[in-house]
Design a binder for this molecule. Structure first.
Ligand SMILES: *Cc1c(COP(=O)(O)O)cnc(C)c1O
Length: 423
């Protein structure tokens, strides 16, 4: 929406700094560009090696199966699983659906209660809502002002009907990393299965399904420089052996849990993408933390009334979510239309709704709307961060010059004491 509105804003005629081309992509939680090395790994499977991995009686099929076996190993390795525990899917939306619906269906005799939390991705929340309509009970845990759940809330929510806890590893808007190991430990003590949507965590921070006591885990290719439309679900095979009722029928692929001809090029790409992450994660996390902290320091040095959202001690490397108070969110986005970032608003139908994630931290609608999510990724440079920071600073300053509210605050007027005329 903002893009079209902002189209006719004239770009500055000043020459760009070296190493910067516009538009700048800094929205790497929404999706990531394909790493050229991943494309290279995929190419043969988009051309000559086109076999069906389920064809058991000729070399075309064997070659395709070999390729998907290798990818299964690669995906398993980055989360400390074994290859047999990996189910390929069309992405994390499907993985989350399969995990939650598949467990709900399979363990219905044991209980009908599921626990999740309010800042989950819609792929989890909408799935849980659907199950509520089918007679399941769902508890949506609140989060604290820093975005983390309180383990005590989780303990209190568990009862003898609880069959599943689904809590995301890291949040896609505010970047907070939940206390996954503690949650998993608690679940295992109580004999409750633990699923985590780890889309934003795998490949960015260390994830280990054994150490973290995870039973079922969702991940996605396109958030880690792999292709879109491919993902995986980890399903634990021992201690405990997790059973999942298939949600797509036909042919019994993927150990009967997910039928359908395998997306061989996509799966090869997913495997290549996770292997690159695994090799480069440690150094890349340091680099992204540096860029993020640099961006934050630069913004905070130049602008007052900013607020960082989400606990920064338990945080993804490349994420910064910051509110520019007394700035109108839509105007801010229009002013920076050569930079791709996300705002604290979600376009639902024709209206701009404040982000439910930011609202669940206790932010008012205005502050939520004035928030920007920066997603720094593998291909962002220091020069780009400088350009983005300078641009944001100048647009925020400009908008605040026009803002009567900001003017009043600067003059020391307490806005909470003002009686606004009704209109
Ligand atoms: C992107 C995302 C998803 C959805 O993944 P797709 O592969 O696009 O379906 C789910 N959960 C989180 C946290 C995400 O960031």
């Amino acid at each position: 929406m903002a893009e079209t509105l902002g189209m006719n804003i004239t770009q500055s005629k000043e020459p760009l700094p070296a190493g910067v081309t516009l538009p700048i992509y800094m929205d790497n939680h929404a999706t990531t560009p394909l790493d050229p090395r991943v494309l290279e790994a995929m190419m043969p499977y988009l051309t000559g090696i086109f076999g069906n991995a389920a064809s058991r009686n000729h070399s075309f099929g064997w070659e395709a199966e070999r390729a998907t076996d290798k990818a299964r190993e690669q995906v398993a390795k980055i989360i400390g699983a074994s290859a047999k525990e990996i189910i390929f899917t069309s992405g994390a939306t499907e993985s989350n659906n399969l995990a939650i619906k598949g467990i709900a269906e399979m363990y219905r005799e044991r209980g009908n209660h599921i626990i999740t939390q309010v800042t989950e991705h819609k792929a989890v929340l909408d799935t849980c809502k659907k199950l509520e309509k089918q007679g399941y009970r769902v508890t949506y845990l609140p989060v604290q002002a820093d975005g983390l759940i309180d383990i005590e809330d989780l303990k209190r929510a568990m009862d003898d009907q609880t069959i599943l806890v689904s809590i995301m590893y890291a949040n896609n808007e505010i970047g907070v990393v939940q206390p996954i190991r503690e949650i998993g430990k608690l679940c295992h003590e109580k004999g409750v299965l633990f699923h985590t949507d780890a889309v934003q965590a795998v490949g960015k921070i260390p994830v280990n399904v054994i150490d973290d006591n995870i039973d079922v885990l969702s991940l996605s290719g396109h958030k880690i420089y792999g292709p879109k439309g491919v993902g995986a679900l980890y399903v634990r095979r021992r201690n405990p052996r997790v059973q999942i009722a298939e949600q797509i029928n036909g042919g019994g692929h993927e150990r009967g849990m997910r039928s359908g001809t395998l997306n061989v090029p996509g799966i090869v790409g997913l495997g290549a993408a996770v292997e690159i992450c695994q090799n480069e994660m440690a150094a890349e996390a340091v680099r992204e933390v540096e860029l993020r902290d640099y961006l934050r320091a630069k913004l905070e040095a130049a602008l007052d009334y900013t607020q960082v959202n989400g606990n920064m001690d338990h945080h993804l490397p490349g994420n910064l979510n910051i509110s520019f108070i007394y700035v109108e969110g839509e105007s801010l986005l229009m002013g920076i239309n050569d930079i791709a970032v996300s705002s604290g608003s979600a376009c639902t139908s024709a209206t701009l709704e404040p982000s439910y994630v930011l609202k669940s931290l206790g932010l008012g609608d205005d502050v939520a709307h004035s928030s920007i999510r920066f997603g720094i990724g593998r291909f962002n440079t220091k020069e780009e961060v400088d350009y983005v920071a300078d641009k944001i600073i100048s647009v925020v300053q400009h908008l605040r010059e026009l803002s009567p509210l900001y003017e009043m605050v600067k003059e020391g007027i307490d806005l909470t004491k003002i009686e606004w005329a009704a209109h």
